[in-house]
Ligand binder design. Sequence first.
Ligand SMILES: *[C@@H]1O[C@H](CO)[C@@H](O)[C@H](O)[C@H]1NC(C)=O
Ligand SMILES: *[C@@H]1O[C@H](CO)[C@@H](O)[C@H](O)[C@H]1NC(C)=O
Ligand SMILES: *[C@@H]1O[C@H](CO)[C@@H](O)[C@H](O)[C@H]1NC(C)=O
Ligand SMILES: *[C@@H]1O[C@H](CO)[C@@H](O)[C@H](O)[C@H]1NC(C)=O
Ligand SMILES: *[C@@H]1O[C@H](CO)[C@@H](O)[C@H](O)[C@H]1NC(C)=O
Ligand SMILES: *[C@@H]1O[C@H](CO)[C@@H](O)[C@H](O)[C@H]1NC(C)=O
Ligand SMILES: *[C@@H]1O[C@H](CO)[C@@H](O)[C@H](O)[C@H]1NC(C)=O
Ligand SMILES: *[C@@H]1O[C@H](CO)[C@@H](O)[C@H](O)[C@H]1NC(C)=O
Ligand SMILES: *[C@@H]1O[C@H](CO)[C@@H](O)[C@H](O)[C@H]1NC(C)=O
Ligand SMILES: *[C@@H]1O[C@H](CO)[C@@H](O)[C@H](O)[C@H]1NC(C)=O
Length: 692
Amino acid sequence: MALESGLLLLILSILFVGARTQPSQFGEIPLGSQLSPISETRSWLSPSGHFAFGFFSQGNGFAVGIWMVGQPNNTVVWTANRDEEPVSFGATIHLSEEGKLFLRTEQGNENLIANVSEVADSASMLDSGNLVLYNGSSVIWQSFDHPTDTILVGQNLTFNDKLVSSVSSSNHSSGRFLLPMQRDGNLVAYPKKSACLSVDAYWASNTYQYDKKVLSLYLNNQGSLLMDTVSTKPVLLARSSYYCNNKTTIFRATLDADGIFRLYSHCLENKTSWIVHIEWSALNDQCNVLGFCDFNSYCTGKGTNADCSCYPGFAFNDPSERFSGCYKNVTESFCTGATDEGEMYDVITMENISFERYSYSVLDTKKENCGLSCLEDCLCDVALYINEKCEKYTAPIRYGKRDINASSTAFFKVQTTPAAPPMGQTVITESKKSLIVFLAIAFGAVTFLCFVIAISTFCVYRDRTFLYEKLSGIISLAGDFTLRSFSYSELEKATGGFGEELGRGSIGAVYKGTIPGGDRIVAVKRLEKVLDEGEKKFRAEITVIGQTYHRNLVRLLGFCVENSRRLLSRGHLAPEWQNNASVSVKADIYSFGVVLLEIICCRSSVEVDVSAPDEMNLSSWAYQCFASGQLDKLVKDEDVEFESLERMVKIGLLCVQHDPALRPLIKNVILMVEGSKDIPTPPSIAPFIISA
Ligand SMILES: *[C@@H]1O[C@H](CO)[C@@H](O)[C@H](O)[C@H]1NC(C)=O
Ligand SMILES: *[C@@H]1O[C@H](CO)[C@@H](O)[C@H](O)[C@H]1NC(C)=O
Ligand SMILES: *[C@@H]1O[C@H](CO)[C@@H](O)[C@H](O)[C@H]1NC(C)=O
Ligand SMILES: *[C@@H]1O[C@H](CO)[C@@H](O)[C@H](O)[C@H]1NC(C)=O
Ligand SMILES: *[C@@H]1O[C@H](CO)[C@@H](O)[C@H](O)[C@H]1NC(C)=O
Ligand SMILES: *[C@@H]1O[C@H](CO)[C@@H](O)[C@H](O)[C@H]1NC(C)=O
Ligand SMILES: *[C@@H]1O[C@H](CO)[C@@H](O)[C@H](O)[C@H]1NC(C)=O
Ligand SMILES: *[C@@H]1O[C@H](CO)[C@@H](O)[C@H](O)[C@H]1NC(C)=O
Ligand SMILES: *[C@@H]1O[C@H](CO)[C@@H](O)[C@H](O)[C@H]1NC(C)=O
Ligand SMILES: *[C@@H]1O[C@H](CO)[C@@H](O)[C@H](O)[C@H]1NC(C)=O
């Protein structure tokens, strides 16, 4: 009995709230209103009834946002705190008497929807789809200033704003693609899992604004997508052409979950039903969206009808989400030297494949030898024969697609078990051969890759978007050089008597210099360990390394052989250098870690002039700050993205472990930096012992 009357009371009170809180005919929402997903008032409507703000279903619960009301489906145009978990039916939205707009979860937590310190004296859900809070006549907050994946008529995307696609049409959390309005005036689309460099861009408006005046992207009420420039006329990006028979039309531009930026018109058929048209698409071919198929997979299909497949030797990370990329489905004993006699490697060929082409090695060889060369090279996962050259690559490989216009042949190295190879593909079997030369290249390449990754990581973490413009300039600088032999005195002069040491690798120090006769800045490496190979071998190696080029590697310009001096390709040294333990590739990982921490903290690895003795050694101090949760002590700049800072510090700390076995492989470091591998919590680093 008591329960029943309690329920009745609840229902009555919900009805009462519902009656009290409908917006007025001007869309004004009275202070003291509230919404609940289980009451009649799940949302506040705009005066036309075409837009609503409130709870919508997501997953097993509810999210908060703004949508276009209608059949066949509501179209969500804005989501509040989109990356929070959906809430349950016990949650409520409040526009409190005090003028705060917030969500109260069932557990009683209050999350601000309008995150402003000022309080509102009124609020409205407008017919444009904009939810606005006012103090008097001034706007203190509006949803239009916080776009998610869509802009509507009257909304501006100005520099530093960006659209981020949704996960899917039914999950409005942040998805896989970004469309930032860059400071250079260019609107550019990138996969989120990238450094947002020019090589990662798959669409751009090409509206540069060299004088850096304020620019904005907007939609006018005729459905034209325009870029507003201060000095010149607006630039037209796209126009709507659908004739809607003089009926109510709503336009929107959305970065869809598939990564394609589209302009839509919604034409009102009758009271509740809309006809939706795609007026314009930035791209017509889904496979041209870089990163649509994640690492180690490739895109096939035409138009918007695309699918992802794994390369031979790889398997889906998540077979239910085919775009989620693939992992290498082999045990890798080949490179570690622990070769099992029973293991065999084959090459599977595929034609018309294209992917991001930054090979670690390019060989001038016949097509027949290309696969074989990959088979013999421990680092090689795939070789691509294209333009009569054989290019070799190490996984992960990204931005892959099948392209009938790509006259390429790819050779994938796969591990064979006694099982039969996949049907319908050509298989070439060859035995493995000696790898010494290739390992030598690999060693050098990995070292330099480390340093460059450290620098690019820093840049990404500082300012992702601004780089687009700068990098496009640098890439075009690559010049063509033939190998040149230098004399010792020439190099001595070039480096100013080996004055400025840049760093130290496993076999010698690197000095900064300038080549005589040109203004090209070079790095000169002086080999300090006696190499026991003969001179012939040294020259052979140089020739091979000279043929190697990679955008992340320093290009070999020349060399010097004179008596015992061989020149090429402290603080950063791994502890094993000091205690005469065996020195491995892992020593370079240590150096990478130190450089990474130095870049993050903007200081040198050992500094005497510090406020506390604990701070003298950077790696142990960084560990202390990490362990005590005080990473902010490491950076002077307060305007850092904390999540990235923590990730980078963790990677740095993993690399500077005293025990080489605890340091990650460079491959894993790359995956961690890219965000495709979880970063384990670094083990502790003992305070540095300064030996006498
Ligand atoms: C939406 O997608 C995100 C990211 O993939 C996921 O973490 C979240 O659980 C999804 N939410 C729902 C309701 O499915
Ligand atoms: C409407 O929503 C349903 C369920 O989420 C979905 O299956 C359907 O494709 C949607 N229709 C349109 C036109 O978006
Ligand atoms: C509100 O904004 C402040 C400053 O911009 C930010 O530090 C804070 O995390 C935000 N709070 C929420 C709940 O988003
Ligand atoms: C509204 O703005 C005025 C002028 O800026 C300010 O004095 C007043 O405190 C504000 N009211 C509220 C409720 O924040
Ligand atoms: C967008 O920009 C135009 C022109 O600068 C301005 O009139 C309008 O108020 C802006 N809209 C919003 C929502 O800020
Ligand atoms: C469109 O509608 C408006 C007002 O509803 C009317 O004045 C105008 O004549 C109509 N135009 C056409 C082409 O029907
Ligand atoms: C509105 O239009 C749709 C599609 O044309 C139709 O299915 C529906 O019955 C119409 N509704 C009304 C109330 O006319
Ligand atoms: C991965 O490799 C294992 C053993 O080599 C094999 O049993 C399994 O079927 C492979 N998975 C795929 C998806 O190829
Ligand atoms: C291949 O090239 C032709 C001619 O340049 C072009 O029309 C076609 O769209 C291209 N196909 C693809 C898949 O890129
Ligand atoms: C790529 O595909 C086209 C047409 O499908 C074919 O003619 C061509 O030989 C292929 N190119 C290579 C290098 O395999």
